[in-house]
Design a binder for this molecule. Structure first.
Ligand code: HEC
Ligand code: HEC
Ligand code: HEC
Length: 95
């Protein structure tokens, strides 16, 4: 079940930047209440590490779903760090 949600979640991965070896710029989660655009590279730069998000190494995250996104996978970290959006519209409905 989670795998199914997960497989549907990541449709668009834009790999930008010649030379910057496979820096993933943005990951888009299509969503019935409004698409979430996740600025992946910006997070890499701001956080300076992959761990914290990728516990088992870079790549897909097992069981990434709404519960994780609204918890430590996205929103929980924003709350803890007091940075990044915590309101629905801050994540949903963006380009
Ligand atoms: C703020 C959290 C966060 C940080 C920091 C982060 N990532 Fe990610 N990354 C994600 C999320 C969320 C996904 C989408 C995962 C999924 O859908 O399973 C992802 C996806 C990826 C993917 C693509 C997986 C696929 O779908 O093929 C790669 C590769 C990746 N990250 C590498 C990295 C590397 C390397 C770093 C460190 C330099 C890093 N990430 C830092 C959250 C993060
Ligand atoms: C920090 C970013 C963030 C915030 C804030 C946030 N969400 Fe989400 N939400 C996500 C992500 C990312 C997903 C997608 C998870 C997936 O597809 O695996 C998601 C998924 C969802 C889904 C599932 C939709 C579907 O198609 O199954 C609903 C509903 C939802 N969010 C509602 C809300 C509501 C309501 C709020 C405010 C109370 C909110 N979200 C706040 C990031 C956020
Ligand atoms: C480990 C902590 C952490 C996690 C996990 C995390 N974020 Fe963030 N997020 C941040 C920080 C820190 C910033 C502020 C970055 C900056 O200002 O450069 C931020 C900023 C943002 C912004 C605003 C970017 C901008 O241009 O101002 C968005 C949108 C966002 N996050 C979405 C997400 C989504 C969606 C997820 C989950 C897929 C997520 N974040 C997961 C720490 C996190």
């Amino acid at each position: 079940m989670e795998r199914k949600i997960h497989a549907a979640a990541v449709v668009a991965i834009l790999i930008l930047g010649a030379g910057a070896a496979s820096a993933i710029e943005t990951i888009t989660f299509p969503n019935r209440i409004g698409q979430v655009s996740f600025p992946h590279k910006k997070h890499q730069d701001a956080l300076g590490q992959c761990r914290g998000c990728h516990e088992k190494g870079p790549g897909e995250i097992d069981g990434f779903d709404k519960v994780l996104a609204h918890g430590k996978g996205c929103k929980g970290c924003h709350e803890a760090m007091k940075r990044g959006p915590v309101l629905c519209k801050g994540c949903h409905g963006g380009g």
